[in-house]
Design a protein around this ligand. Structure first.
Ligand SMILES: Cc1cc2nc3c(=O)[nH]c(=O)nc-3n(C[C@H](O)[C@H](O)[C@H](O)COP(=O)(O)OP(=O)(O)OC[C@H]3O[C@@H](n4cnc5c(N)ncnc54)[C@H](O)[C@@H]3O)c2cc1C
Length: 376
């Protein structure tokens, strides 16, 4: 079976990796890469403190976090370096003590079904200072040892390398032809559309309305000299700001959530300056960085903020996943693993009916007329 994957963010590259393990599948990946959310992402894997009431979403997010250790061990068994992922723990800071206690209780109630949370503790100001000396906060902090930081770009690069699939770096279109699908003058039996926020752009010419809108996200990467960052925890105060230490003296500060910018990828200094001054309040060391750079990516949102995956209505053999929003690094690998199972008429850890693509993709052109047009 010849399978095409369009989009090599976290969904497409994970699907490529697991599909390449199937004996009867020949996989080709197409990726344009511009504005990709995965390589711009902050990199926090810590879903257990979310207050979202959507149970199906939370199940996907917690199981998405649970899937990471398995994927990391699969890649290690295949001989790959997995330093892109590390459970360094998370510090959560709340201004009001009641919110703090609520959050502790919420996470505590989730501990039994998600042992990955690890040690869940309330730390004193002295404990915080000892663990992350450059962080300047007052009062207690909530700590969960199982939270991880993830370098999205390094992960996708590793997955694609491990898959050994050909990767074509260009923007492509999808065409239905009599005996399958044509992409870039190659014929495929099955297609996975892992195109993130750009799903409408690829499906609308085929007669579909797609409920996915773009959200611009910007963040800053600071590089420090002689600074051991590898084991520092992620820091999450209230609001948009997060401070994420990576390896080799790199610390990221992010991220903005800009709903009114469409697919605009230009750097907005006002937004970055705001992020930096918010960061300075807790992490004044930003001023000691030897260099600073920015990343910009486009998140994909549905109108009810839920991700979806499955077959595109009336387009047999074409599968899709999108709408991963601001937690797609957490849910993306599991969603991709579900898509791989779906190609074999199976399910993995989730129930696909809870995340139906048909709730977000509507075929507005009659199937017959559409096929005629496409065959011509
Ligand atoms: C600033 C920022 C911070 C974030 N922080 C976090 C976080 O801390 N934790 C978390 O869990 N999530 C986070 N996210 C969310 C997460 O990054 C995304 O939800 C996830 O990466 C989406 O993955 P994807 O594979 O669906 O899409 P993408 O990563 O956007 O990949 C889609 C790919 O498809 C390609 N493509 C589209 N159309 C075509 C075409 N026609 N031809 C060829 N290629 C095409 C694009 O170029 C792109 O490379 C963040 C996102 C941003 C932007």
């Amino acid at each position: 079976m010849k399978v095409a994957i369009i989009g090599a963010g976290i969904v497409g590259s994970t699907a490529a990796y697991y599909l390449s393990k199937e004996k009867d599948m020949e996989v080709t990946v197409f990726d344009y890469g511009l504005g990709q959310a995965t390589k711009a992402a902050a990199g926090i894997i810590s879903p257990w403190f979310s207050r979202r009431r959507n149970k199906a979403w939370y199940k996907m997010a917690r199981l998405g976090a649970d899937f990471y250790p398995q994927m990391v061990s699969d890649l290690e068994e295949d001989g790959f370096d997995t330093s892109f992922y590390k459970q360094v723990g998370i510090f959560l800071h709340k201004k009001t003590p009641e919110h703090f206690q609520d959050l502790y209780e919420l996470a505590h109630s989730r501990l039994e079904e998600s042992p990955l949370i690890g040690d869940l503790t309330i730390l004193s100001e002295e404990d915080v200072k000892a663990a992350f000396p450059d962080l300047q906060t007052k009062g207690q902090m909530l700590y969960a040892s199982g939270a991880a930081r993830l370098d999205g770009a390094a992960l996708t690069q590793t997955l694609l390398q491990a898959s050994a699939c050909p990767v074509v770096r260009k923007e492509v279109r999808l065409k239905k032809v009599a005996n399958g699908y044509d992409i870039d003058n190659q014929l495929f039996d099955r297609v996975i559309l892992a195109t993130g926020a750009w799903l409408g752009k690829i499906l609308e010419p085929l007669g579909y309305d797609v409920d996915v809108r773009p959200q611009k996200g910007q963040l800053l990467d600071y590089q420090f000299e002689d600074y051991q960052t590898e084991d520092l925890p992620v820091f999450m105060p209230e609001g948009e700001l997060d401070v994420i230490p990576f390896i080799d003296g790199k610390v990221s500060v992010g991220a903005s959530h800009e709903n009114d910018k469409g697919f605009d990828l230009t750097v907005d200094e006002t937004v970055l300056n705001r992020l930096e001054s918010e960061a300075r309040e807790f992490f004044p060391k930003v001023d000691e960085a030897v260099s600073k750079s920015d990343r910009i990516g486009i998140r994909a949102y549905t109108s009810d903020f839920s991700p979806f995956y499955g077959q595109v209505p009336d387009l047999e053999g074409v599968y899709v996943a999108s709408g991963l929003g601001s937690s797609g690094l957490t849910t993306g690998p599991l969603i991709a693993r579900e898509l791989v199972s779906m190609l074999k008429n199976q399910e993995f850890w989730l129930h696909s009916d809870d995340y139906k693509a048909s709730n977000y993709i509507c075929h507005t052109v009659k199937a017959d007329k559409y096929s005629e047009n496409m065959i011509k």
